[in-house]
Every structure is written in structure tokens, then in C-alpha cells.
Design a protein around this ligand. Structure first.
Ligand code: E4P
Length: 217
């Protein structure tokens, strides 16, 4: 399973890329607002930091506007993935952009039928939001299982990009049900390597090593 980081903070992206922990980046208008920076500048900088897909979201609501924005965004860098909302217009724009070879990510997916429509529109990625479903007491991860089954039933190639991840458990469950990608905030990705027994075990090894009086080879 690939890991994308869900942020527009280039310092966080730089650090995670240096550690080799990420394969791509997702952004959205809220994350761009949080960065306090110009949309194009941030996307250009992120695309230069990482070779993998970088999702940049359109803000038009009508298909024509989305297609125009999508073509402009795709020209910024070869790894731009155009992010489109799961609406009838978003699906029409997805069909048009995908058929001209532009990578697409259909976002704000909350049902299996929506995911089926996105795949039929040729989406490169579908982004089901597990955390926001959990927030309203609907099991987000069972949606991922349903989409996996449906896509496998029809050999649909759209990649399942689990979004709105809130915890390391969401990542583990995504991998268990066979998601293709998980996008998560930086702190969740950093926390994946942590375990209290790793820490206490290493502390003991370092203490015992120091007591041998030997130097590192
Ligand atoms: C995904 O592409 C979205 O940007 C993101 O995962 C939304 O997460 P949130 O529900 O925590 O805002």
C-alpha cells in the first residue's frame, strides 16, 4: 500500500520525503488556506519535492470550469493529479480529463455507488473519507471493503485512496482490506514507526552497550 501525506505544509512534506516515508501528496482548499500561501506556488513547490502524484483540487462547480482548471493545473507539473468533487459535473470533468491522459482523483466519496460512478468515469483515484463517516457513526472502513469488492468484481483499475484518516488504526485497517493508497496527516505517518516496546528495548540495548565500554565499529 502506498502512503500519501495529506497536507500543504512543504516543511512536513520535505521531512517525510527525506525519511522515505511517502509516495505522494494530497491537498484540498482547506489545507491550502491553512498554509496561508498562493495555491500555484504551493503546488509547484510540492511537485518539485516529490516524484509521486500530487493532488490539486479544482474550485469550479460546473464541468466546463473544472475541465479548464484541470488542464491548467495539469500543465504545472507532470505529477499533478487533478482532484474533482464527486458530483455529476465532477464526474463529467473526470471523464473528459482522464480520457485526455490527465491523472484524476475524485474526492468527497461517501458511498460505494459513488465510487462505482467514479471508476466508470475513468478516475485514477477514488477518495472515500473514512474519518468523516466514523464522525457520524457510520463505519468508514466497511465502505472501503465494499469498494474493494466491487472494483475487484469488475476488474476496475481505479485506485482506492483512503482519505480522512485519523489514526494509525485506520492505516492498518486500510492495508488489511486491500486499499491501494492511504493519505494521512503528517503526525499519523510519523507515528507508524513508534512502539513502546521498541523504545524501551532500544533504551536497554544502549545502556548495556555503554556498560561494555566498547566503541562503535
Ligand atoms: C483527502 O484527500 C482529504 O484532503 C482529506 O483526507 C480530508 O480529511 P479530513 O476529513 O480530516 O479533513
Amino acid at each position: 500500500m502506498k502512503f500519501f501525506v495529506d497536507t500543504a505544509d512543504t516543511q512536513d512534506i520535505k521531512a517525510l520525503a527525506k525519511a522515505g516515508l511517502i509516495d505522494g501528496v494530497t491537498t484540498n482548499p482547506t489545507l491550502i488556506k491553512k498554509s496561508g500561501r498562493d495555491f500555484r506556488d504551493v503546488i509547484l513547490e510540492i511537485c518539485a519535492l516529490i516524484d509521486g502524484p500530487v493532488s490539486a483540487e479544482v474550485t469550479s462547480l460546473a464541468a466546463d470550469g473544472m475541465i479548464k482548471e484541470g488542464r491548467t493545473l495539469a500543465k504545472l507539473a507532470p505529477n499533478v493529479t487533478v482532484k474533482l468533487p464527486l458530483t455529476v459535473d465532477g464526474l463529467a470533468a473526470c471523464r473528459e480529463l482522464s480520457s485526455s491522459g490527465i491523472q484524476t482523483n475524485v474526492t468527497l466519496c461517501f458511498s460505494a455507488n459513488q465510487a462505482l460512478l467514479a471508476a466508470k468515469a475513468g478516475a485514477t483515484f477514488i477518495s472515500p473519507f473514512v474519518g468523516r463517516l466514523d464522525d457520524i457513526h457510520i463505519d468508514g472502513m466497511s465502505l472501503i471493503e465494499d469498494i474493494r469488492t466491487i472494483y475487484d468484481n469488475y476488474n476496475l483499475q481505479t485506485e482506492i485512496l483512503v482519505a480522512s484518516i485519523r489514526s494509525p488504526n485506520h492505516i492498518k485497517e486500510s492495508a488489511l482490506v486491500g486499499a491501494d493508497v492511504a493519505t494521512a496527516p503528517p503526525k499519523v505517518i510519523w507515528s507508524l514507526s513508534e512502539h513502546p516496546l521498541t523504545k524501551s528495548g532500544l533504551d536497554t540495548f544502549m545502556k548495556d552497550w555503554a556498560e561494555t565500554g566498547q566503541a562503535a565499529v
